[in-house]
Design a protein around this ligand. Structure first.
Ligand SMILES: Nc1ncnc2c1ncn2[C@@H]1O[C@H](COP(=O)(O)OP(=O)(O)OP(=O)(O)O)[C@@H](O)[C@H]1O
Ligand SMILES: [Mg+2]
Length: 380
């Protein structure tokens, strides 16, 4: 077992963070898979997994439902598992609905909010909504289910820090001041619509007013009013969610690609986690270009390569070999320059982040099935 997986052994929750496209979903699923293969009951909560991976995990379109990856899928992939792997896809809208249902003082208020058009429009689209709902879902799963390990994938935010700031933003929102600002355009549009109504009786004005007229204004008012009543409940819940993230049973896994920007961001996030008292379980540099020439001295030039090619089996002599050798030599030296710059970034991440660090090479082909996840897990 690799260093990262060992560091996660005592954990009940792993949260995989990193900037967009670095491999969070793949790493999260690979971590859960290895816990299942080691005999545990593991759940990976994914966010927007690539379709092929979703299919491999048996995820259809059902939002928020935890599904057992069938044991046959392991057998088909040539893997032996003594535990159970569950997977789910976070459904942001549903999670919001559940949250509203939990906090609404009565059924009438609940139905009024859930049926409110403004709520329906904004609940999935608010900035930070996906991040916060991911945490909310995690809290629910960790308190209401008995998995040995829950692995939370996080949304493809441009900045990993958005994830930590999400609760404050949502609280701000339901706390109203920001919401008013947020809705200023909608309210303006309402006035605009009203003005149009006064001025014109044309088709456009009529149509517009249907969307921007007094109905919308009252929906906005209603929405803000209802939410205000739930603010304390929301706040309490957000505080609990936040405190969950600081418990020792939680481990954050930082994922970065070996690029300066991605490593900078991972280190920045790392420092924030530390400051906030959130436990870092380790870091992963993903899709690292492997070193193909681990010998002292430069990569070989065209002529030694041509000689080697000529001497090789089935070469048919050196004819035409020089051209091939030149291209090979160039490709090798370019590859090595990528490998060296990747190695520098891997080292920077290793030095800057606490906990074990692992480097995962760029694997052949995407990580889109159980066998691919197992191949990735072997490096963790
Ligand atoms: N080590 C690897 N080698 C080869 N391909 C990889 C590796 N890790 C991930 N991939 C591929 O890279 C792509 C992006 O990975 P993934 O979806 O896990 O990233 P992500 O961080 O979750 O992205 P997003 O921020 O968009 O959610 C996928 O096609 C995945 O199969
Ligand atoms: Mg992802």
């Amino acid at each position: 077992m690799g260093a990262l997986l060992r560091s996660l052994q005592g954990k009940r929750i792993a949260i995989v963070v990193g900037s967009g496209g670095v491999g969070k979903t793949s790493v999260a699923a690979a971590i859960a898979l290895s816990r299942a293969m080691a005999g545990g009951r593991a759940l990976v909560c994914t966010i927007d997994p690539a379709r092929r991976l979703a299919t491999a995990l048996g995820l259809g379109t059902l939002g928020n439902a935890e599904a057992l990856v069938p044991p046959e899928a392991f057998t088909r992939a040539g893997l032996a598992s003594t535990g159970q792997l569950f997977a789910m896809m976070l459904d942001v809208k549903r999670t919001w609905d559940d949250l509203v249902t939990r906090h609404a003082p009565d059924a009438a208020t609940r139905d009024r909010i859930l049926g409110n058009r403004i709520y329906q429009q904004v609940s999935g689209a608010l900035a930070g909504s996906q991040e916060y709902m991911a945490m909310e879902k995690l809290y629910e799963l960790s308190t209401e289910r008995d998995y040995d390990l829950i692995v939370l994938d996080t949304p493809p935010t441009a900045h990993a820090l958005d994830f930590l700031e999400a609760p404050d933003r949502i609280l701000d929102f339901v706390g109203n001041e920001t919401a008013r600002k947020l809705f200023a355009p909608a309210l303006d549009a309402g006035r605009f619509g009203a003005r149009l109504l006064q001025v014109g009786t044309g088709f456009v004005a009529k149509t517009l007013s249907r969307f921007t007229g007094s109905d919308v204004l009252s929906d906005v008012g209603d929405f803000l009013g209802q939410f205000q009543g739930m603010y304390d409940g929301f706040k309490e819940r957000a505080t609990e969610v936040r405190s969950l993230l600081t418990r020792p049973e939680v481990g954050f896994v930082l994922v970065a690609s070996p690029s300066p920007l991605s490593v900078d961001e991972a280190l920045f996030f790392h420092d924030h986690l530390r400051t906030a008292g959130m436990p870092v379980a380790g870091s992963v540099a993903n899709r690292v270009t492997p070193d193909l020439w681990p010998f002292p001295g430069p990569t070989p030039g065209a002529s030694p390569l041509a000689e080697a090619l000529a001497a090789g089996p089935g070469s048919g002599g050196a004819d035409g070999g020089l051209d091939l050798a030149e291209r090979l030599s160039l490709a090798l030296s370019q590859h090595q320059s990528f490998a060296h710059s990747d190695a520098r970034e891997v080292e920077r991440l290793r030095r800057g982040a606490s906990g074990p660090h692992v480097a995962v090479p760029r694997l052949e082909g995407d990580v889109h099935d159980l066998a691919g996840l197992a191949a990735l897990a072997a490096h963790l």
